[in-house]
Design a protein around this ligand. Structure first.
Ligand code: GRG
Length: 299
């Protein structure tokens, strides 16, 4: 399997990645008839058919950007998607955002109950690390992949960002405070996705570092766009709650800068992200298209 066969429009790239990633996830996830069946049903419900598959798309495009193939990075891309999906399942729980709609259908805990949603998330997280531990034939690369995903997930990444997010409700944290939340809650995993693509694609240390920095900057832009969509779009279009940030008095870019300035800031971050790639001679049409899509998307 070589280059993308469809054009380099974002829809085509994401559709092709989705088909690759969904079929590999289908193999990696335990079957619905494997005991304990309710657990495996909940894990599969959360992951399949899934969402946009943006993190896998960035991971696979990063592998290609350093001259590797998509297949080199496919298992890592699936593991990143499991971590992302796990974080959404837990984020939707009543103790956190208490959201009942996700990816256009009932959230995992609405469908399976809270206990199974918590445990399905836990099992997805474990399966992600099991997958990363075997994502390459080279043990040091597997170790680096595990380390990268652990750093992106823990107190300096998703968990830390989620804690700051919860603690910020109803408080004035300013643009800098919101940036700190977004860098952990969202940008850390996007940065890890780009870095792992570079690593598994055989990139140099300098290239994987540049891809990490690109992903971190792009991740901020992505979350600003997410904040704007929460403010301006509808649940029908997004397939998840809309207007919920405002009703929970969350710390978001629109709450600090307003919608228009937030959109402008998101565009600036995308430009900054692409400049990081150019400065390292890593110009990749697919990464560019995906980066622009992050702030132009409708959902
Ligand atoms: C990772 C150990 C561990 C715990 C998780 C709950 C939690 C801690 C973190 C939540 C982080 C979170 C929900 C961040 C929001 C990121 C975000 C913008 C999600 C939406 O991403 P999309 O639009 O979703 O790519 P789809 O559904 O398309 O995949």
């Amino acid at each position: 399997m070589g280059r993308y066969t469809r054009g380099v429009d974002a829809g085509g790239i994401l559709a092709e990645v989705k088909s690759l990633v969904d079929s590999r996830l289908d193999e990696l996830l335990p079957g619905e008839s494997v005991e304990p069946t309710p657990l495996h049903q909940a894990m599969r419900y959360a992951c399949l058919p899934g969402g946009k598959r943006l993190r896998p798309a960035l991971c696979l495009a990063s592998a290609e950007a350093v001259g590797g193939s998509r297949l080199d990075a496919l298992d890592a891309a699936c593991a990143l998607e499991m971590i992302h999906t796990f974080s959404l399942v837990h984020d939707d729980l009543p103790a956190l955002d208490d959201d009942t709609l996700r990816r256009g259908r009932p959230s995992c805990h609405v469908q399976f109950g809270e206990a199974l949603a918590i445990l399905a998330g836990d099992a997805l997280f474990a399966l992600a690390f099991r997958t990363l531990a075997a994502c390459s034939d080279e043990a040091p690369i597997c170790a680096e992949a595990v380390l990268t995903a652990a750093e992106a997930s823990g107190s300096a990444g998703l968990v830390g960002g989620e804690v700051l997010d919860v603690l910020s409700e109803g408080k004035e944290v300013g643009a800098e405070g919101v940036r700190m939340i977004h860098e952990r809650k969202t940008a850390a995993l996007i940065a890890a996705s780009c870095k792992l693509g570079g690593l598994l694609g055989g990139g140099s240390e300098g290239q994987t570092r540049a891809l990490f920095d690109f992903g971190r900057t792009l991740g901020l832009a992505f979350q600003i766009a997410d904040d704007v969509l929460n403010e301006t779009s509808t649940a029908d279009v997004l397939g998840k709650a809309a207007g919920s940030d405002r009703s929970r008095d969350k710390a978001t870019f629109p709450s600090v800068l307003g919608v228009q300035q937030s959109q402008e800031r998101a565009r600036q971050e995308v430009e900054a992200a692409l400049a990081i790639l150019s400065s390292r001679d890593l110009d990749s049409e697919k990464l560019k298209v995906l980066a622009n899509h992050c702030v132009k998307r409708a959902s």
